[in-house]
Design a binder for this molecule. Structure first.
Ligand code: GAP
Length: 455
């Protein structure tokens, strides 16, 4: 992880948020390379979940929501983690995570009293991760919602407006709008990428557990009790998408939840084997009719679906896929990162799938001080840039150094213009993963790169 975090910062992928002020725990910024990789992940996800599917609709809902939304969703009452504080150094621990380290499972549904009893049974075995002492306060439920002071809160009784604890609520709030404006036939899906904020007790593992993150969610609205086959199909569909990112299949697995969160009937995680072990990247949840029933009760608006073909009406059940974009970004970086010997040197290389790579190609003249090579290289660069956007021009240092720089950011193709190019209009294309070189006609270059990206 240390090497990956260092490369991510050094090569413009990820920066600590507010770094010049000493940072802010659990917040990161995406740099110039990072935002390209992030956008490419989003593009691939959007294409798979909106364009390649029938009856799926895109959405982008506002972040601020009426405070009643979070009451209806169950977040103000039930969205909490068990927290205890070290009496010696004031460090905060997540009690369920510390218990898990000694193989004791704390059920998500335990009351404050029950988890205190469990914690008391094991207090002697749990050390403070900061100072090593074993003197903790009692456990209390710590709500993860982040409050804002939007609006006027001077008068008593005003409910706070929260930042979204999960992005998907915007989909439930717009379910009726989509019914009325798009007239979908059930089953139909809604896909959205949106921010979520959680007051995590202990943000950790770089992008893995942060306080601000983005979720890519789909919600599939189905007829009641028609969940079993659709749920299996959804799991398979998501598995295939992860494989399409070029991630090593052996590093992926599905795990079923033993303890279900308050809204779920069944829940599976897609996990990736990070350097610290397998951990969750995406959740696939069977939410039954929980969400729409709650919003129907709290808002008083009828959210039933009227099926004119079958002549009945019902509150749809919902199957959800919810992926943290920071986590999939990190999984992709971990999976792509390799160090190996090439041409007698050790190189760090990101073996990113071409469609994800932040830079699609780098164009170089063989020599910097030859204007005729520069002119030709600039003209090839301009053509590729117009087509692909994320293309670089590099004439610094020797060719070997230029390759190493591009390897580190995962550029799949380095294109060199040499004296032969001036004669025959052919360039040398060097493949990032094999180091092999191919001669390609300039007129074929755009389709050559485009083909590799779609493979
Ligand atoms: N709408 C369902 C939902 O929010 P979740 O399991 O709490 O379910 C879904 O979150 C995904 O969001 C997780 O699989 C994970 O990838 C991501 N996620 C959750 N908490 C996160 C955090 N603190 N930092 C980064 N990603 C997080």
């Amino acid at each position: 992880m240390k090497d990956i975090i260092s490369l991510a910062k050094r090569r413009g992928f990820i920066y600590q948020g507010s770094e010049i002020y000493g940072g802010l725990a659990g917040v990161y910024d995406f740099g110039p390379r990072g935002v390209e990789l992030l956008n490419n992940i989003k593009k691939s996800w959007w294409s798979a979940n909106v364009y390649q599917k029938e009856n799926y609709f895109g959405l982008d809902s506002g972040m601020f929501k009426n405070p009643r939304v979070w009451e209806a969703s169950g977040h103000t009452a039930g969205f909490s983690d068990p927290l205890a504080e070290c009496r010696s150094c004031n460090a905060r621990i997540r009690v369920d995570k510390e218990l898990a380290k000694i193989n004791v499972t704390a059920d998500e549904k335990m009351s404050e009293q029950e988890i205190n009893r469990l914690f008391d049974e094991h207090r002697d075995e749990i050390e403070c991760p900061s100072c090593g002492k074993k003197d903790f306060t009692p456990v209390r439920a710590f709500n993860l919602l982040v409050k804002t002071n939007l609006g006027d809160f001077t008068s008593e009784g005003n409910e706070p407006v929260y930042l979204p604890g999960e992005a998907c609520q915007g989909i439930y709030l717009n379910y009726k709008n989509i019914l009325d404006s798009m007239n979908p036939k059930i089953p139909f899906g809604v896909a959205q990428i949106g921010k979520a904020f959680r007051n995590e007790i202990s943000p950790r593992n770089f992008l893995f557990r942060t306080r601000e993150f983005e979720q890519a969610d789909t919600q599939l609205f189905i007829r009641p009790n028609e969940n079993k086959d659709a749920f299996e199909a959804l799991k398979q569909d998501r598995w295939n998408w992860f494989l399409s990112l070029g991630i090593n299949e052996k590093k992926l697995r599905f795990t079923q939840h033993e303890n279900l969160v308050f809204y779920a009937k069944d829940a599976w995680d897609i996990e990736y084997e990070f350097p610290w072990g397998f951990d969750e990247v995406e959740g696939v949840h069977d939410r039954s009719d929980y969400d729409l029933t709650q919003h129907m009760q709290f808002s008083g608006v009828d959210l039933r679906y009227i099926d004119a073909d079958k002549g009945d009406n019902f509150v749809p059940w919902i199957l959800e896929t919810s992926m943290g974009l920071g986590r999939v970004f990190l999984a992709i970086l971990c999976d792509a990162y390799h160090t190996e010997e090439m041409d007698g040197e050790t190189r760090a290389v990101l073996k990113l799938a071409p469609h994800l790579a932040p830079v699609k190609a780098c164009v170089s003249p063989l020599l910097k001080n030859k204007p005729e090579l520069q002119d030709k290289a600039r003209s090839v660069y301009a053509t590729l840039k117009k087509e692909f956007g994320a293309v670089m021009y590099d004439d610094n240092g020797n060719i070997g150094k230029r390759y190493r720089r591009q390897d580190e950011i995962g550029t799949p193709f380095c294109i060199v213009i040499d004296f032969d190019t001036l004669e025959n209009d052919m360039v040398t294309v060097r493949d990032r993963d094999t180091g092999e070189q191919e001669h390609v006609a300039i007129t074929e270059l755009v389709s050559y790169i485009a083909n590799k990206q779609s493979q």
